[in-house]
Design a protein around this ligand. Structure first.
Ligand SMILES: Nc1ncnc2c1ncn2[C@@H]1O[C@H](COP(=O)(O)OP(=O)(O)O)[C@@H](O)[C@H]1O
Ligand SMILES: [Mg+2]
Length: 248
């Protein structure tokens, strides 16, 4: 589904990523973890086309995508949510999801907020709203809803674009225990429905219980890759990360 090949990124004097390679297989829930400043968000920005790598390549569904615009990559089936939640605050939940559907027909993300409230679109949106546990909030304004619900709205909107691959940047951050549990259930549900997921997360309990595969970055370098049970036992990971911060 996704192949990262020797990706490096330099911001002036900062080497944010150094020769990182890994793969996300179709059908997988894959986690990208590592201490603050490790280069995780930079990697996401490269994958969805916000920034270009200084060197290296990114392949999505077998096609090279580094250098393509984010809107082009989105149209190939890649969706994303953000570290700081970004719902359209004054729209209802239904309208937020409809905006995702509308995006498919436009070339630019600038008109992402235009919605087409056709019967067909509403039906499709309501299906996703149900999948994401949002049925009772459909007609409520997004901004008044709790953070946990807003994260689900972002996921529903990303799926509405037709994405079968989702990038989730710290989806559990700021959520309470119950909301975190619900989020893990939702991610499992959409994965069972055919969505491949790559997520960044600090919450280790959440990550270990959810991910099939984990890639670990530290100071811009990949230091480990494997199943959760391998990662928790990996000496380099314990030294760089787990030993210092087990919870948040
Ligand atoms: N736009 C930018 N300009 C300059 N430096 C940046 C930029 N984005 C990220 N960095 C730097 O790159 C490094 C990796 O950052 P980031 O990818 O946000 O880490 P993480 O998400 O793992 O916490 C940090 O040292 C950060 O300060
Ligand atoms: Mg980050």
């Amino acid at each position: 589904m996704l192949r990262i090949e020797n990706v490096s990124k330099r911001f002036g004097g900062i080497q944010a990523l150094k020769n990182v390679s890994f793969e996300v297989k179709e059908g997988e829930i894959h986690a990208l973890i590592g201490p603050n400043g490790a280069g995780k968000t930079t990697m996401f920005d490269i994958i969805n086309g916000f920034i270009r790598p200084t060197s290296g390549h990114v392949y999505f569904k077998g096609k090279r995508i580094d250098g393509l615009r984010p809107s082009r990559i989105a149209m190939m089936g890649m969706g994303r949510t953000f570290q700081i939640v970004r719902v359209f605050p004054e729209m209802t939940v239904l309208e937020n999801v409809l905006a995702g559907i509308g995006k498919k027909i436009y070339k630019s993300l600038k008109v992402f907020t235009e919605i087409v409230k056709s019967e067909e679109n509403v039906k499709k949106a309501m299906k996703l709203i149900e999948l994401c546990g949002l049925s009772k909030y459909a007609d409520q304004e997004a901004s008044v809803l709790p953070l946990g619900i807003q994260r689900n709205i972002e996921i529903a909107r990303a799926l509405a674009t037709g994405a079968d691959f989702l990038l989730l940047d710290e989806p559990a951050s700021g959520l309470n225990d119950q909301e975190t549990k619900n989020l893990a259930d939702l991610i499992r549900r959409i994965n069972e429905n055919g969505t491949t997921v790559l997520f960044i997360e600090h919450d280790m309990r959440f990550t270990m219980g959810l991910a099939h595969t984990i890639t670990v970055l530290d100071h811009g370098e990949k230091i480990a890759h494997g199943k959760p049970e391998e990662i928790v036992r990996n000496e380099r990971v314990i030294e760089a990360y787990l030993g210092k911060s087990t919870s948040k």
